[in-house]
Design a protein around this ligand. Structure first.
Ligand SMILES: NC(=O)c1ccc[n+]([C@@H]2O[C@H](COP(=O)([O-])OP(=O)(O)OC[C@H]3O[C@@H](n4cnc5c(N)ncnc54)[C@H](O)[C@@H]3O)[C@@H](O)[C@H]2O)c1
Length: 324
């Protein structure tokens, strides 16, 4: 039983992933949970040795830090509530669904001087960390990129096709790689985008061109209805006769000059929580709460990243001009 009491609001799929990891951490005590589905909360609490309480405020009062793992449209409200009690927050992506809420969260994090972390787990996934390392070490200087981030369907969970709940399809998994564009290439200068409502009632197909402040540019496509055929997620980075290519979060392949061997790192033998960066993001959150820095704290997504990403999302939806 560790010193840090962590509570969880929303006991669905991703909450189970986080709790399973936090349960192994000696610095953490998993305290209490709340879910609007009482039976779900009770089952979850029993599984992880927690208490199921009857409201969000109860969990906040009982914890030093709160995980917000409810559907997207509740993130801002619950984050603000937790911050108003001066408690630390780990919130699943997205940060917020509009800039107004995003600004309020930034102000509250800065006023309360608490730790805030956003669930962009891919930043810590070995594939993407390797890509970033190859860039920051100067082994490849990116000139342009080609990214795709598809979803097979918007059916599971059922709320993923309802843009009133998600904020729009882009706020689902696509947002991970929109954040990745900033993580790998710096700040965005301009996005040009077209989209359509092809299958679902929300805008579910996007073709975008990114122009970065440092002159790098790239294309990014995202469709919500492809079936789960591989690869549904792929990043290709092009340098001076050099490229780095990802295969989902399984492997990264790179070649740094003409007439040189191709190198490939495969991570498929790692447990999935590590391969997808969930283990590492939870460990880093606890480290940050304890004031520790293994040298990787700067990799996590903060409230400022959250704000910038919401700003980009609003720009894209405005460009497409079909609502969400
Ligand atoms: N980082 C990642 O890779 C990743 C992966 C999956 C999900 N997510 C994000 O995590 C969040 C949850 O996704 P999920 O797949 O676990 O969903 P889920 O539907 O499995 O779980 C959501 C839970 O929240 C509960 N809930 C709904 N409204 C509530 C409210 N007002 N108060 C309290 N509880 C409420 C539901 O009853 C459900 O148990 C989403 O925002 C999603 O985008 C992130």
């Amino acid at each position: 039983m560790g010193d840090i009491r962590i509570g969880i609001i929303g006991t669905g799929v991703i909450a189970g992933t986080h709790a399973g990891i936090l349960q192994q951490n000696n610095d953490v005590t998993l305290s209490s949970v709340f879910d609007i589905q009482k039976a779900r909360a009770e089952k979850f609490a029993a599984e992880f040795g927690m208490q199921a309480l009857s409201g969000v405020e109860d969990v906040i009062a009982d914890s030093d830090a709160v995980y917000i793992t409810v559907p997207n449209k509740f993130h801002a409200e619950m984050t603000l509530k937790t911050l108003s009690h001066g408690k630390h927050v780990f919130c699943e992506k997205p940060f917020a669904l509009n800039l107004n809420d995003a600004r309020k969260i930034v102000d509250a994090v800065e006023k309360e001087e608490v730790i805030y972390q956003l669930g962009f787990s891919r930043r810590l996934a070995p594939v993407y960390k390797k890509m970033k390392e190859l860039i920051t070490s100067g082994k490849l200087t990116p000139k342009s990129f080609n990214i795709k981030m598809n979803r097979g369907e918007l059916q599971v969970p059922s709320w993923t096709s309802d843009s009133k709940v998600t904020g729009g399809f882009l706020f689902e998994s696509t947002l991970h790689l929109i954040d990745m564009v900033r993580y790998l290439f710096g700040e965005v200068k301009k996005i040009t985008a077209v989209g359509s409502k092809s299958v679902y009632p929300c805008v579910d197909d996007f073709s975008m061109i990114f122009e970065m402040e440092n002159g790098i540019h790239g294309v990014f496509s995202s469709s919500a209805h492809t079936t789960w055929i591989f690869p549904f997620e792929r990043v290709e980075i092009y340098g001076d006769h050099a490229s780095i290519v990802s295969d989902e979060m399984e492997a990264v392949t790179y070649c740094m000059d003409l007439n040189t061997p191709v190198e490939k790192l495969t991570f498929s033998t790692l447990p999935i929580d590590e391969r997808w960066g969930f283990t590492q993001e939870n460990e880093l959150f606890v480290d940050r709460l304890l004031g520790r820095d293994s040298g990787e704290n700067a990799l996590v997504a903060t409230h400022l990243d959250g704000y910038k990403n919401v700003e980009l999302m609003e720009n894209i939806y405005e460009e497409v001009g079909l609502g969400r």
